[in-house]
Design a protein around this ligand. Structure first.
Ligand code: SAM
Length: 260
């Protein structure tokens, strides 16, 4: 996968040399380049912002440097070639999710445009949309200083889905949000620590019971912390034991009759 990140703070992306993302880059699974937006400025102050039309506080990122950056990184593609996908972090975007991470992991080329100040002049996005798919994406309902941290988060979530990046790809299938639930609690050695014991079932060696315990804990935890996720589950994905576990967690399951 090729990734280009454009920002006025390229130093922000030093962590992308570390850990498994750094390994993916070194191993050629991820071809990632960080670009300084000011490369595409020509005045002595390397200006990227100006006052907003219509007045109001703050500054807005000017369109010219962004236009040139996107021309350089995503030249107009002939009809038969797939253009890159432009991702623009903004609190006004669609909420980032594991589903979107999967979608992005299947793209051959992503470009991230990191806004600062009050954001990027809207015409940059409108013009880019005439040449490539553009997705405005939000990390959540709060406001950050800039898009850099959002890009770090998105790149962590996407890179771990790329084939060959995780040593044990099976862990992707069992973790939170893989199937609409939160993961059950996890434990390691020692069996007793400061008076807290690892649940006996996990030390039983009985794989069937362990799988059932994990499923029950996963359902209970999701019901307690994220009832919205339980409400979004398809009844077809629940068996009778699931419904019982949810009932014990005090979660009304209107679809109980439909459970397998
Ligand atoms: N004026 C904008 C608004 O009210 O929607 C907020 C601008 S914010 C101070 C500056 C930049 O931070 C944004 O352009 C975006 O790149 C980034 N940003 C802030 N909050 C974000 C969020 N929740 N998700 C993704 N990016 C965010």
């Amino acid at each position: 996968m090729r990734v280009d990140i454009v920002s006025i703070f390229p130093e922000y992306f030093a962590p992308l040399d570390l850990s498994l993302i750094g390994k993916a880059r070194a191993g050629g699974l991820l071809n990632l380049t960080v670009h300084d937006l000011r490369t595409w400025t020509y005045d002595v102050h390397r200006t990227v912002d100006d006052t907003p039309y219509g007045g109001g506080p703050g500054m807005v990122m000017r369109p010219e440097p962004w236009g040139e950056a996107l021309d350089a990184l995503a030249p107009p593609t002939p009809g038969d070639r797939r253009p890159p996908r432009l991702l623009v972090p903004t609190p006004t975007g669609v909420r980032f999710s594991q589903a979107l991470a999967h979608e992005l992991a299947a793209e051959p080329h992503l470009i991230f445009a990191c806004g600062r100040y009050e954001g990027i002049d809207q015409r940059v996005l409108d013009h880019a949309a005439t040449r490539m798919p553009v997705t405005e994406v939000s990390l959540g309902d709060y406001v950050l200083f800039g898009g850099e941290v959002a890009v770090l988060v998105i790149m962590e979530a996407v890179t771990r889905l790329l084939p060959g990046v995780l040593g044990n790809a099976g862990s992707l299938d069992e973790e939170s949000h893989a199937h609409g639930l939160l993961e059950a609690p996890v434990y390691t050695k020692p069996p007793v620590w400061r008076g807290h014991e690892v649940p006996a079932v996990l030390r039983s060696g009985d794989h069937g019971r362990i799988a059932r315990w994990r499923r029950d804990e996963s359902l209970r935890r999701t019901a307690a912390r994220r009832p919205d996720m339980i409400a979004a589950l398809s009844p077809d994905s629940l068996d009778k034991r699931d419904v019982a576990a949810l009932g014990e967690a005090g979660f009304p399951v209107p679809s109980a009759d439909m459970a397998k």
